[in-house]
Design a protein. Structure first.
Length: 228
């Protein structure tokens, strides 16, 4: 249950004040589910998890969740190289990414119990698309180190001074090309990418920006750690 300290109504600006920690926990659970659900829909895996998925298909004895936090560790390292300094918050982001990877594996265990029909596949994709877009918009506002795959485009946007939407789209497209090349070269065919993957890659950056503006109209996130 969310206590009054975690969520309250600010009468001055009409914003709900929500604990950043609660928002981050929701992001980890929701987005890991969104990734698995999009893959299960048959429309292709989300761009942010496409590279780990490619490696999990090449090396079957290592799970998608494990490759997910290996990939995220690489993103954190790249950010530190670009910053040319050690950033402590990035290490916390890695811990969050580790939890995200574990939840990916957890959701993968039970997701097969969901029915699979043409209509349900379409519904699963739509749900997963908006879960991921909402989750990423939420993570960008929680005020805490977030999942590295969400952190990377946000921080890169600040480093190179390019809008987040553009950086997010480019990042997703690069992930898709990497996945396509890996699976085609080593498996003989492109695997894991579908029309849903491509659609999400080219539109999600904009969707995240729109959803973010809607969130900003009513909510404000204040981490309990920073507040104290």
């Amino acid at each position: 249950m969310i206590s009054e300290n975690n969520i309250s109504l600010n009468n001055h600006n009409k914003h709900f004040i929500i604990s950043g920690e609660i928002a981050l926990i929701l992001v980890v659970i929701m987005n890991s589910f969104g990734v698995v659900l999009m893959l299960y829909s048959g429309s292709g895996i989300s761009a942010i998890s496409s590279v780990p998925y490619a490696f999990s298909e090449l090396i079957k004895n290592i799970s998608l969740g494990t490759f997910t936090y290996i990939f995220q560790s690489l993103l954190v390292l790249i950010l530190m190289i670009l910053r040319k300094k050690f950033v402590g918050e990035y290490l916390f982001s890695f811990i969050v990414g580790f939890c995200f990877g574990k939840f990916v594996d957890i959701h993968s265990i039970w997701i097969n119990h969901l029915p699979l029909t043409i209509i349900s596949r379409i519904i699963y994709f739509i749900i997963s698309y908006f879960i991921l877009a909402f989750g990423i918009a939420l993570s960008n506002r929680c005020g805490l180190p977030i999942i590295p795959t969400d952190l990377f485009p946000r921080e890169l946007s600040n480093i190179i001074k390019v809008s987040y939407a553009k950086v997010k789209i480019i990042f997703d497209v690069v992930c898709l090309f990497t996945t396509a090349i890996l699976t085609f070269v080593f498996l003989g065919h492109i695997k894991g990418l579908g029309i849903g993957t491509v659609l999400a890659a080219f539109t999600m950056g904009k969707s995240i920006a729109i959803i973010g503006k809607i969130i900003d109209m009513k909510f404000e996130f204040i981490p309990f750690i920073k507040k104290n």
